[in-house]
Design a protein around this ligand. Structure first.
Ligand SMILES: C[S@@+](CC[C@H](N)C(=O)[O-])C[C@H]1O[C@@H](n2cnc3c(N)ncnc32)[C@H](O)[C@@H]1O
Length: 201
């Protein structure tokens, strides 16, 4: 446990040295190292983007020919490269028009509910955020695209995993080293989006 805590402290210090506003960047870095989801030229939608670490990291990985569009409840006032942007918005209220006509290659969500201390309620709210991110992903992803979403493990976790599995060829559950020892968050990673289900008659 003491070793894990030292590792945790290392991530905070490292983030400051590397110029990232949050240590959570190393969660995405590890997910990317293990799954290779971020590549040059990709278009990325980043839900729950404040204070911007994931957006900054993804912007570096996709390069100037790519695009990273972030949304968060909290307004972002930091500096990003020209091909990245964070808008203020609630994932439950974002319209497809706001997302533009071009599809995305990756939808990622680091969204977390404001925790209440009531574990089952927090887990349920986290599940709702994942399901919302998945619903958006199903509208905007290219076939073959990828999905990353943080979820608090608990009662609804198997349902969320099943839903990701239904939409993607492959699903993995990753708990990066940078996740705090006491946290019960993990990331669902879906690769190979099967495409929009055509329910229109
Ligand atoms: C852990 S932080 C994200 C950290 C970010 N990925 C980074 O690396 O800098 C979780 C964020 O989710 C956002 N959030 C929670 N519910 C949301 C919602 N319904 N719509 C948009 N953002 C939401 C919160 O405002 C918070 O900023």
């Amino acid at each position: 446990m003491a070793r894990r805590r030292r590792t945790q402290d290392r991530f905070g210090k490292q983030a400051r040295q590397d110029g990232y506003p949050a240590r959570s960047v190393y969660k995405l870095q590890e997910i990317d190292r293990r799954t290779q989801v971020l590549k040059k030229g990709l278009r990325v939608l980043d839900l729950g983007a404040f204070p911007g670490s994931w957006t900054m990291f993804a912007a570096k990985r996709v390069g100037p020919k790519g695009r990273v569009l972030g949304f968060d409840l909290t307004p972002f006032e930091g500096v990003l490269p020209p091909h990245a942007e964070i808008r203020q918005g609630d994932a439950f209220a974002i319209s497809l028009e706001e997302l533009g006509e071009d599809p995305f290659d990756l939808v990622m969500s680091d969204m977390a509910p404001a925790t209440t201390g009531q574990k089952s309620l927090d887990q349920y709210r986290s599940y709702e955020l994942v399901m919302r991110a998945l619903a958006i992903a199903e509208e905007v992803l290219v076939p073959g695209g990828a999905f990353i979403a943080k979820i608090f493990q608990g009662g609804e976790f198997p349902d969320a995993k099943k839903a990701v599995k239904a939409a993607f060829d492959e699903v993995r559950v990753i708990k990066p080293e940078a996740v705090r020892a006491e946290s019960y968050e993990v990331f669902l990673v879906g690769r190979g989006f099967k495409g929009r289900s055509t329910t229109d008659d």
